[in-house]
Design a protein around this ligand. Structure first.
Ligand code: PRP
Ligand code: URA
Length: 209
């Protein structure tokens, strides 16, 4: 089973406190979500392969390393995953971006798909799926199954807050997917919200409530 990385770096913990706070406004919430995504990306790309190239500095010729290997696609789960895209593209600007639209039915908590658009060559890419909240795990699991159906072999999931239930579901459904998150919270409440969590991530990013 692939590892679950819970990144408790002080910068991440500090930024998490900002987005958990219910008095934080939309502008700051959006900025900090992207900053955390960027910090998570640093760890999620640690295994990127390198190749040696020769370059000339102002002083001498030297051998140095650049990223090689498979190309990357990031796939935000709409809507809230969109809030993490710019943070990742700051560090991996050549990544292509696919989109998958899922919303959670408020009664059944089951994910309902409403949109999908992937790069044509997605099956040849490594994919990082983005969603700030891993609650029941239904949305992430369904999105990842969808991406696997396109023939993608190497998938990582990046979220900001995960519940124990969501991690367990991911490990049961997709043990081959490595998870990177900023915090593992206590539990879900009766409405499927993460406790203490940060509330509804989509509404807080887009100001819809
Ligand atoms: C939220 C969140 C996840 C999902 C997590 O999306 O962004 O996609 O819920 O819950 P789960 O793990 O129980 O599936 P939501 O359905 O609220 O849609 P939105 O992003 O459009 O607001
Ligand atoms: N979706 C959210 O946005 N927040 C939660 O706590 C659970 C699901």
């Amino acid at each position: 089973m692939k590892q679950v990385h819970i990144m408790d770096h002080p910068l991440i913990q500090h930024k998490l406190s900002i987005i958990r706070d219910k008095t934080t406004g939309v502008k700051e919430f959006r900025e900090v979500i992207n900053e955390i995504a960027m910090l998570l990306c640093y760890e999620a790309t640690r295994d990127f392969p390198l190749k040696e190239v020769e370059i000339e500095t102002p002083v001498a010729f030297t051998k140095t390393k650049v990223i090689s290997g498979k190309k990357v696609a990031i796939v935000p789960i709409l809507r809230a995953g969109l809030g993490m895209v710019d943070g990742i593209l700051n560090l991996v600007p050549a990544a292509k971006v696919g989109h998958i639209g899922l919303y959670r039915d408020p009664e059944t908590l089951q994910p309902v798909e409403y949109y999908c658009k992937f790069p044509n060559d997605i099956s040849e890419r490594d994919v990082i799926v983005l969603d700030p909240m891993l609650a029941t795990g239904g949305s992430a699991s369904a999105a990842i199954q969808f991406i696997k159906n396109y023939g993608v072999k190497n998938i990582k999931l990046m979220c900001i807050i995960a519940s124990p239930e969501g991690i367990a579901k991911m490990q049961a459904d997709h043990p081959d997917v490595e998870i990177f998150c900023a915090a593992k919270d206590e539990r879900l409440n009766d409405h499927g919200y993460i406790v203490p969590g940060l509330g509804d991530a989509g509404d807080r990013i887009f100001g819809t409530k």
